[in-house]
Design a protein around this ligand. Structure first.
Ligand code: ATP
Length: 226
């Protein structure tokens, strides 16, 4: 459903991506991996048109995303949970969810069922939520748009263990429901068991692509530093 071919992306004069290739098929969960600064977030920003790619192609369901402005890309069926969660701090939890709601499977009730903590805090201002709860809200907001492809950038980074477990359970549930997902996350022990495929970036290039069980120690040492 998503095919990224050989994209190159710049921040002003400085080149960050030198040829990234990656694909997500319907129903798959694909892990985008690599050490810090290797280009994972920039790849996601390129897909969403936030830092547009200068060359290469990005196709989503036969649409050329490089030709669409950023606001049209979300409408095309992609949902982003950006690094560092973005919610409206002065709106309640429910208001934050309603703002992004569209026609489809996801409703307030279904998001609150996925994340019971959000149900308990539905009238609370988003600014008063813990970091992990805000992350749940950010995921809930993305789901309310009924994205055919959900993209999660470091959704569990820096969170308390109990909240991380809840978010991973939700991600596993979404996968069982057939949600197509592209995910950047450092917790390989959670990510690899549910990933259908992994794409590894090194210095702005795709250097490895394969199934998680083919990720041997040599590749891990070389590209992931673990
Ligand atoms: P991390 O896990 O640390 O977020 P990453 O793999 O997501 O790493 P990117 O954030 O995509 O990596 O960064 C890729 C390269 O682009 C790095 O060399 C980084 O310094 C550079 N870069 C990222 N954001 C900017 C920016 N706003 N302006 C200039 N260079 C940037």
């Amino acid at each position: 459903m998503l095919t990224v071919t050989n994209i190159e992306t710049f921040y002003g004069p400085s080149q960050a991506l030198f040829g990234v290739n990656l694909a997500v098929e319907a129903g798959e969960l694909v892990a985008l991996m690599g050490r810090n600064g290797m280009g994972k977030t920039t790849t996601i920003r390129s897909i969403f048109g936030l830092t547009p790619a200068r060359s290469g192609s990005i196709e989503f369901e036969a649409k050329d995303l490089r030709r669409l402005p950023a606001y049209r890309i979300a409408q095309a069926g992609l949902g982003l949970v950006p690094e560092g969660r973005r919610c409206f701090p002065n709106l309640s939890v429910r208001e934050n969810l309603v703002v992004t709601s569209g026609p489809g499977y996801w409703s307030l009730a279904r998001v609150e069922e996925l994340f019971p903590r959000l149900a308990e805090r539905r009238y609370q201002m988003a600014s008063t939520l813990s970091g992990g709860e805000q992350q749940m809200l950010a995921i809930g907001r993305a789901l309310m748009t009924n994205p055919r492809l959900l993209v999660l950038d470091e959704a569990t980074e820096g969170l308390a263990p109990v909240i991380r477990r809840e978010i991973w359970s939700a991600i596993r549930l979404l996968k069982e429901q057939g949600q197509s997902t592209l995910i950047v996350d450092k917790s390989l022990s959670e990510l690899l068991p549910i990933a259908d495929r992994c794409t590894i970036l090194e210095k702005g290039r795709t250097v490895w692509n394969g199934q998680p069980d083919a990720l041997d120690d040599a590749i891990r040492d070389r590209y992931l530093g673990v």
